[in-house]
Design a protein around this ligand. Structure first.
Ligand code: GDP
Length: 179
């Protein structure tokens, strides 16, 4: 029997602690929002998504803790990831500026053609917003990131879109012989 997917890709979620990385992963993989455990080190989950040409990619999602004491662990997981979600919290301005640090790690030690998307999570908390959509989109552009999206792990808004975009970029690289 053939595998129910065409390719497997390793995707890493990076960003400050509390931005919602675990919640986004749980929402995508399990379709729910009630994650209570704190991530220690790295956790793994997976989901098959559809990309161009009728292909299916199994995303192995590595959800990292985002805490300084786990940074060396995180770096070792960055090394062979072909996709990354850089997650900030739209209600905490400092989480966007910290994304710069994770981006540097990706560019320094990640795969040269790693597919990166910028994800502004907690968009359901509009009344507490500290980062505008335009500002983050501009930041993404200036930093060579092609895709920016705002999500809510709570309501599910655009969560699938964020992961599918990473999968699409990874698939295009596979198709074009980059990997
Ligand atoms: P992580 O440390 O980045 O993995 O963040 P968690 O997934 O543990 O989430 C941190 C906190 O933010 C938890 O209390 C979540 O319930 C909450 N949270 C995560 N995503 C959202 C969201 O989209 N909206 C709201 N309102 N809360 C969220």
């Amino acid at each position: 029997m053939s595998a129910p997917w065409d390719y497997i890709a390793k995707v890493i979620c990076l960003g400050d602690s509390g931005t919602g990385k675990s919640s986004l992963t749980v929402r995508l993989c399990e379709g729910r929002f009630n994650k209570t455990d704190v991530t220690i080190g790295v956790e793994l989950d997976s989901r098959v998504v559809d990309v161009d040409d009728g292909k299916k990619i199994k995303l192995q999602i590595w959800d990292t803790a985002g805490q300084e004491q786990y940074r060396s662990v995180t770096n070792s997981y960055i090394r062979n990831a072909t996709g990354a979600l850089l997650v900030y919290d739209i209600t905490r301005r400092e989480t966007l500026s910290h994304v710069q640090r994770w981006l540097s790690d990706l560019r320094n030690i990640g795969e040269p053609h790693i597919s990166i998307v910028l994800v502004g999570n907690k968009c359901d908390l509009a009344d507490r917003r500290q980062v505008s959509t335009e500002e983050a989109a501009e930041w993404a552009k200036e930093n060579g990131i092609n895709f920016h999206v705002e999500t809510s792990a709570k309501t599910g808004e655009s969560v699938e879109r964020a992961f599918v975009e990473v999968a699409q970029e990874i698939y295009r690289n596979i198709r074009d012989g980059v990997y």
